[in-house]
Design a protein around this ligand. Structure first.
Ligand code: FES
Length: 151
């Protein structure tokens, strides 16, 4: 009888643990569900609170006025895509040759390094050495008048 009682109590214990598991899973899925649905929400709501790793580098008005947006730490440069002006391209502004900061030349639509004259296309591809590696690319987008970059 005593053995049956122990067995019964252990089954209740397991049942209690098993009953906690689904609620834990639901708790996790509730935390992820709003994020999944927010990605389907309107661009305005996403721009109001940039999701994921995207952060605002500047405004579209600034970009159109200056032809380039540079992050406050000077590591990210964003320009309009010369092939599709509705899109933006973001690159790491650090030259892949020796690490100088490249500058955007809007007339020739390329990044130029002031140290040894390497040239890079708007998408970071090498146009002229001595650099032999492209500038690192970052995902970038325009939302609600803001230029957002994921770096
Ligand atoms: Fe840019 Fe040398 S550091 S070309």
């Amino acid at each position: 009888m005593n053995l049956n009682r122990r067995k019964l109590l252990s089954w209740f214990g397991l049942g209690w643990l098993a009953s906690l598991l689904p609620s834990s899973l639901i708790g996790c899925s509730e935390a992820t569900t709003p994020t999944a649905s927010s990605s389907k929400s309107s661009p305005e709501s996403v721009a109001a609170a940039p999701s994921g790793n995207f952060k605002a580098i500047g405004t579209v008005a600034q970009l159109d006025k200056d032809k380039v947006l540079v992050s406050s730490d000077k590591t990210i440069a964003v320009v309009r895509n010369p092939s599709d002006a509705t899109k933006v391209l973001a690159v790491n502004a650090t030259c892949t040759h020796k690490g100088c900061t490249v500058a955007w030349n809007s007339a020739s639509t390329e990044f130029v390094c002031p140290c040894h004259d390497a040239k890079f296309a708007a998408d970071g591809a090498v146009r002229q050495g001595p650099a032999d590696k492209p500038l690192q690319r970052f995902a970038a987008k325009i939302e609600n008048g803001q230029v957002l970059v994921s770096a």
